[in-house]
Write a protein that binds this ligand. Sequence first.
Ligand code: CA
Length: 623
Amino acid sequence: MKITKSLINKRLIYLFLTFVSWQISFAQAEISIEPPHWWTGMKNPELQLMVHAKEIGNTRALIDYPGVELRESIAVVNPDYIFLNLHIRPNAQPGTFEIRFMKEGKLRYKYSYVLEARKPGSAERQGFNSSDVVYLLMPDRFVNGDPANDDVAGMKEKANRKNSDGRHGGDLKGIADHLDYFTDLGVTTLWLNPVLENNMPAYSYHGYAITDFYRVDPRFGSNESYRQLIEDAQAKGLKIVKDMVFNHFGTEHKWMKSLPMPDWINQWPKFTRSNYRAGTIMDPYASEADKNRMLKGWFDTSMADLNQTNPYVANYLIQNSIWWIEYAGLNGIRMDTYPYSDQKFMSRWVKAVNDEYPGFSVLGEAWLNVVPQVAYWQDNHHNPDGFRSYLPYVFNFPLKYAITDAFNEDNGWSTGAAKLYETLSLDYLYSDPLKTVTFADNHDADRIFSRLGKDMDKFKMAMAFVFTVRGIPSIYYGTEILMTGWEHEGHGYIREDFPGGWKDDQVDVFERKGLSPEQLEAFGFLQQLMKWRAGKAVIHTGNTRHYVPEDGIYVFFRYNENESVMVVLNNNKTAKKLALDRFAEDTEGYTGGRDVLQRTQLNEFNMLELAPMSVRIIELTKP
Ligand code: CA
């Protein structure tokens, strides 16, 4: 064939186009690295990158950046993954460096990796403590601040408010728009149910089936809007707690299409559900079979069980939490399903977080029903099996059960008022009772107002107890307006939309519009309690002394060297007179008191009149 000028031109054009398309495909070549960026000046200089790209395992990584040393590249069974162990020296400067992945002398992939400078004071951030009040809210159900993000292209589940288990459209903007609501109510700390991407086909609103550990769900907002929300909240004195999940993740995560390594998750010959028996972990008689099912069984068909004994999984999770703390400026983490993950790993994790951020607060959901089993998980607890937890904060589930039962029961040796007394008397088992979170309900439980038979007197008793007893009080969104719901009817009914969060809502809590007198009373009552508590060091850190309930009346004192507060719960449907001589060891030196709720002064302090089913909070006064 004769080579004509036109053929040469055609070939040149072909070559040119091929080159252009190769350039485009190279530039767009799918490569992801997690964590997606990092920081200079971290206390822990080690960083393990998880790199995902087609056949990346057959490449050789190169980094040329002062202070950053690539110590090891680890190819794994799946050739589409490689792990890079980096060592970041103290002299490394913030900046961007290229990670180049070579094969047979040719560049196959590149990634511009950013090292940011840490914000000043980042390592010294403050967590929450017993001076705080935690407010738990479910972002999908609080306020729809941006209807435009209710449905997002690429997200499998669309909004449907008619479905109690569907997405309702609540988002981060809705929270950000109402920060004054929280400070006005008197809470100091917001705990948001998980906000990371849950790209599941159904039942995705709750956030516990994560499909991307580094991305805020676009139906809630973006990573940047999450960071901004936290910055704005902190500017108003609010702390933010991130709900994290290390035990499991959503089965729609890309890992499930092609696992990085076979033991990335716990696998069974056929679907095997966890037995949810967290008590098997410390049970001296537990069978390995039961323990195994507890730890390695799946939480749900839609939630795969992560294997934290795999060191790469462990590093991934630890770095993920550090990344969010540093990136978003968190004050605390609430860790879901705490005992379901490998316990040695969880200890390593909390220690790593607290080594990096000594003032940070980690709170574990060790959902167990009796005090010894919860106490097992709190740091510095003497455990016969030698387990050291490092976990500072735990939820006080046993006290939650006491609160939800005590006011509904007749008073007996260990029922009614005595249930609160007996549960509290077991505090010696906790290494630090002040670091237990007191609550009456949450997103997994009957709403307290339902539990208490919609009885306002009982509600006030329960709430007064929550806000005066030692520990960190936590309330669930909607408690302040007496929202109701039974867990057995479906989780959607204990997670209903907050009135006023959606356009055209007939009732609007933010505007105080359409609320019943009882709802307004509840709001005012909680507001009064929280505002009062905020300034009371004796409630934050004071000692406790209580008295065996007699005649259905439970009395306890919170006291320190300077002050004393007396709390009296009359768990009787009749009025009572309470002689005070029995409490002399607490009342000595005090001549009267101020009734906090009634806003009255007591000048004589020998006897108290108690209304049926009532609570009194009295600040003792000296002459
Ligand atoms: Ca929305």
